[in-house]
Design a binder for this molecule. Structure first.
Ligand SMILES: [Zn+2]
Length: 535
């Protein structure tokens, strides 16, 4: 158009990049604070640029190369692209961000953007299911609006989302390039950033003209098991990857929403972007949405009550004794999944073990910072009458216990104290109470307090799937146990949105709900008064 394409001649393309990433659980009483980002990942400027080089470590102790490294790699391969680091912050899933934390984090990002000088593009790695204390709209929508305000209408914006994003118009409309993870659990962070960068650069050079079409499905849970490489979702993910191989298609994304939010416009979503062909984008998105919609009837794995779980655990132990030991049964505490932002302070499973399973050896992690503080300086081997209350504000039933303080440790979850209750019937309850939400994904969690995972009859887990990688040679029997908590499917299914949703309501078609779910929502609390940009 100008005779010389940007970034091809002497003047390089200038693209800024950054991240603000958090998966919120609106039902957790534990707000996410700036310290939670500082502890996990919070970098800016040159430090961020170094971390996102091929020799750097982008997300320490988690993933060496993630979205921003992938983006930088796309820029390097494209040639003549200057990348400008902004700020990048990520915290583990938890309760909504406090307002102060949100104002600080977005303030830093937007200040860096204002200081970035002339830009042709911006790339942001976002989640798409954030929540902020007292903010009545998708935080990412607010942020993208502010970013657009800072850079103006001519600069192109690329965004990558987690596939658990709750897509809404505020997350789609301000964006020129939109991609998402295509694996669950997510290992493709770097390839996702690469795709975002590659498409943004091609759009800036006029090689492609991204045209978007997207749909929302009135469906909050579905797909049974949502692991991308297992049935029933394997075929769906394969079809999506095949679609993106079509040279006319810029990107294709499926969003299996993170449902533990306050969003009314909640539902799965499909997004397709083509090179300048709106009719094709609409045709492809409708066809793929039909394919995804078929998954609404695939059954979720059966949830057990604690009593049913105990029956199953005893069966595992009986059969294990006959065949040589089969290893512990795993109870996945599906209503208190720390990996999905729950606080981990469920006391109900511990209560059941104490009352009904004195023959079993059980390892149970419980978030209870008050009890940790009470017993932190107690002598090892000393006995105490205590009350286990779980997470403050989580309203779990208190459990009175006569415990022996057996070990203590400090690590990723703050201080941890091991409390033992030994039963005359041969079993024992080994409670590990923690300062922070506990995630015993790795058996080293138990080793830190002198416990061997193989010695347990039952181990309680706080994530859906990831732990299986690390217990692959230890545990072979996995039971989802439901008790009521921040990640309760029951509450999700019966939450009231703006339209009836599967699976609570049986629906024939997604087409009636789609335009309602995609309609822009007007914020009831304008952010202007509290926003950093208007300060
Ligand atoms: Zn996710």
């Amino acid at each position: 158009m100008f005779g010389m394409k940007l970034g091809r001649g002497p003047r390089p393309l200038r693209i800024a990049y950054g991240r603000l990433f958090h998966e919120a659980n609106a039902r957790s009483p534990v707000l996410t604070e700036r310290a939670d980002f500082d502890r996990m990942h919070h970098l800016a400027g040159d430090e961020l640029a170094r971390a996102c080089g091929l020799r750097g470590t982008e997300l320490k102790s988690f993933m060496p190369h993630a979205e921003l490294t992938g983006f930088r790699q796309a820029a390097r391969l494209a040639g003549n692209v200057e990348t400008v680091p902004l700020t990048s912050a990520l915290a583990v899933p938890g309760g909504p961000l406090s307002r102060a934390c949100w104002n600080e984090m977005t303030g830093e990002l937007l200040d860096a953007l204002r200081d970035a000088g002339r830009l042709d593009g911006v790339y942001l790695a976002l989640h798409g299911s954030m929540e902020v204390e007292g903010l009545d709209e998708a935080p990412e929508a607010w942020l993208l609006r502010e970013v657009r305000r800072v850079v103006g209408s001519k600069v192109k914006i690329a965004v990558s989302y987690d596939l658990h994003a709750n897509l809404s118009s505020g997350l789609v409309d301000p964006v020129d390039v939109l991609v998402a993870y295509r694996t669950n659990p997510h290992w493709d962070l770097a390839p996702t950033g690469f795709r975002a960068g590659n498409r943004l650069i091609r759009a800036l050079r006029g090689e492609i003209t991204p045209v978007h079409a997207w749909r929302k499905l009135p469906m909050v849970l579905g797909g049974g098991n949502t692991i991308d490489f297992l049935e029933p979702m394997r075929g769906v993910f394969r079809a999506m990857r095949a679609m993106e191989k079509d040279p006319r298609v810029v990107s294709a994304s499926l969003f299996m929403v993170h449902p533990y939010t306050t969003a009314e416009h909640l539902g799965w979503a499909v997004h397709v972007c083509t090179n300048g062909d709106a009719a094709l984008a609409n045709e492809l998105v409708d066809g793929f949405t039909d394919r995804v919609w078929e998954q609404r009837k695939s059954r979720l794995p059966p949830m057990l009550s604690v009593d049913e779980g105990l029956v199953a655990a005893r069966k595992v132990r009986r059969e294990g004794l006959g065949l040589g030991r089969l290893g512990p049964a795993i109870f996945v505490d599906v209503d208190d999944i720390v990996g999905a932002g729950a606080p981990g302070g469920n006391t109900r499973i511990a209560t059941a073990f104490l009352a009904k399973a004195r023959d079993l050896v059980a390892f149970v992690p419980v978030h209870d910072p008050a009890l940790v503080a009470e017993l932190w300086s107690a002598r090892e081997g000393s006995r105490h009458d205590v009350v286990l209350r779980g997470t403050p504000g989580y309203h779990m039933p208190p459990l009175a216990l006569d415990v022996t303080v057996s070990a203590r440790s400090t690590g990723d979850f703050g201080r941890m104290v091991r409390l033992d209750v030994r039963h005359a019937e041969g079993g024992a309850l080994h409670l590990v109470v923690t300062d922070g939400p506990p995630l015993p994904i790795h058996p080293s969690f138990w080793r830190a307090v002198g416990l061997d995972a193989r010695a347990a009859d039952v181990i309680v887990q706080k994530n859906f799937f990831h732990y299986r990688l690390f217990y692959a040679t230890t545990a072979f029997s996995h039971f989802p146990v439901a008790t009521g908590g921040a990640t309760s499917f029951d509450q999700v299914i019966h939450a009231r949105g703006i339209v009836p949703t599967e699976p609570a309501t049986s629906l024939l078609d997604w087409r009636e709900a789609d335009p309602i779910l995609r309609r822009p929502k007007r914020a009831r609390t304008p952010m202007g008064s509290a926003s950093p940009s208007s300060a």
